[in-house]
Design a protein around this ligand. Structure first.
Ligand code: HEC
Ligand code: HEC
Length: 443
């Protein structure tokens, strides 16, 4: 390359650098509070790739991404079919659950006993049943077992707050990577199991947020009359839970704020950034996101359009099968005026095949809540909220941990209350199975 050409190239590179920086700062201006609409600001924040100490410093000093995080942006996980969509298994959230070493697995997989936890006087109480419990009776064998939280905390500080905690994939501290490997597995008196949650699609969540609690309560009452066990999920403070695989959050805004704090490690007004499990939480230097910014992200998520149905003659027979197999008992087509949702938003007992952790927390994001009398109202290990089926054609893989690459597999994984439906499906001929799948893909 001649000297002149090299100089020209250098100038070109400098211009490019100016352009790139220019774009970044223009984007940052939009993240600042001037000008753009809340929706634009929300979209930018949803797609914003965070770095440690990345602006915007919402108020005062901020440290951006981390110290604990699972990804660098919301859309890194929620991306299929556009910002806000579902995510691949590579982005699953890891959850670790402590249990006594002798509450083992059966030879067929799954736990020998159903169990639930409550936090009583600073200790966890483990309650075991024979799995034959239902919402009405709860006539189950009980066995109480206490594990010392100080012992559990030697493995993960978060076990002081909850028997199930998020095991973050990353930390801004390099040494975390080696520590992380030591958490799952056997620890003498207790065992730490690893489970996962797959990223759901957020399209249409605004409509779910607007469904009145009464609709869910009525739905549960109706199911009780039909002899079904669907029940309303309750948060620790007794509200109706509508969001999350376990129905663990009451409102979209709360979920958004928790995701910012838990997934990205951003300090927010109501949630602390996720803390390092190797030690007590160090306070964040300031807010990473302010109230207006959480509002903006929520407005953006709520504005994501609901999936559009593809109507055609060829789905009629599949639609009929969906009713005949009683899929629609749980996957209710229209709920509270929300057409095409295909969910009752209630918890159902799916039995051991899909059983794992109960509710989980992100260490450090909030003060431990004593669920007290409401401990039984939060989802148990084998209960899951019926996921809406709208947009299902774009949200693979399926089920709470993304275990099913395709729809057929997902249906065959249904157990417990849905086992009869799944069995009927397995007896269909190939042509009829295809019809049902074609219908699902039209939702
Ligand atoms: C590491 C991947 C990941 C990142 C990053 C992430 N999410 Fe999620 N998101 C998930 C998973 C997994 C769930 C399901 C969690 C559960 O229910 O236990 C979820 C659930 C949600 C839900 C509830 C949806 C429903 O219908 O129940 C909302 C709302 C949400 N995320 C918003 C956000 C926002 C806003 C951000 C950015 C601040 C974000 N998420 C970042 C993986 C991610
Ligand atoms: C008793 C209630 C119930 C019945 C009946 C039922 N389901 Fe489900 N369905 C659920 C629950 C709960 C889940 C989530 C389970 C999990 O993630 O472990 C689910 C998950 C799914 C999924 C995966 C959704 C996703 O986003 O990952 C599909 C697809 C599905 N069901 C289709 C069907 C079909 C088709 C039928 C009829 C053959 C059916 N279901 C019957 C409750 C039910």
């Amino acid at each position: 390359m001649t000297h002149l050409a090299a100089a020209a190239k250098r100038i070109a590179l400098m211009t490019l650098a100016t352009l790139v920086c220019g774009t970044a700062s223009a984007q940052h201006d939009r993240l600042g509070l001037e000008g753009a609409t809340a929706l634009d600001r929300g979209r930018n924040l949803f797609d914003w790739v965070w770095e440690p100490t990345t602006l915007p410093k919402a108020q005062g000093r901020a440290d951006g991404l981390g110290p604990m995080f699972n990804a660098r942006s919301c859309s890194e996980c929620h991306h299929q079919g556009g910002s806000g969509g579902a995510g691949s298994n590579a982005r699953n959230i890891d959850i670790v659950t402590a249990r006594p070493a002798d509450a083992g697995f059966t030879p067929f997989g799954g736990y020998a006993f159903s169990y639930s936890f409550r936090f009583v006087n600073g200790r966890f109480e483990y309650r075991f049943g024979n799995g034959a419990d239902d919402a009405a009776g709860r006539a189950r064998e009980e066995m109480t077992r206490r594990l010392d939280p100080a012992l559990l905390a030697q493995v993960h500080e978060g076990f002081r707050q909850s028997p199930s905690v998020v095991l973050h994939k990353f930390s801004t501290d390099e040494a975390y990577r080696d520590y992380r490997r030591t958490v799952p597995g056997s620890h003498g008196d207790f065992v730490v199991d690893l489970s996962q949650r797959n990223t759901p699609s957020l399209f249409g969540t605004g409509a779910i947020d607007r469904i009145d609690d009464k609709i869910l309560l009525n739905q549960a009452a109706r199911q009780r009359l039909l002899g079904m066990g669907g029940r309303v999920a309750r948060t620790a403070d007794g509200r109706v839970g509508k969001f999350g695989w376990k129905g663990q959050k009451a409102t979209l805004r709360e979920f958004v704020e928790e995701a910012a704090a838990g997934e990205l490690g951003l300090e927010t007004p109501n949630k602390h950034q996720g803390a390092d499990p190797r030690g007590p939480a160090a306070a964040a230097p300031g807010l990473d996101l302010g109230k207006d910014q959480i509002d903006a992200i929520t407005a953006f998520v709520a504005s994501l359009p609901r999936p559009v149905r593809v109507e055609s003659e060829s789905i009629r027979s599949g639609q009929r099968l969906f009713r005949e197999l009683e899929c629609s008992k749980c996957h209710v087509p229209n709920l509270g005026g929300v057409e095409g949702l295909y969910s009752d938003l209630l918890l159902h007992d799916m039995k051991p095949d899909v059983r794992e952790s109960g509710q989980y927390q992100v260490f450090g994001t909030s003060i431990a809540v004593d669920p007290g009398a409401d401990a039984d109202s939060a989802a148990r290990a084998d209960e899951w909220r019926t996921p809406p089926l709208w947009g299902i054609r774009e949200s693979a893989p399926y089920m709470h941990d993304g275990r099913s690459p395709g729809l057929e597999h997902a249906i065959l994984e249904h157990g417990g209350e849905a086992e009869a439906s799944a069995r009927k499906f397995s007896r269909l001929g190939e042509a009829q199975r295809d019809q049902l799948i074609r219908f699902l893909k039209s939702l």
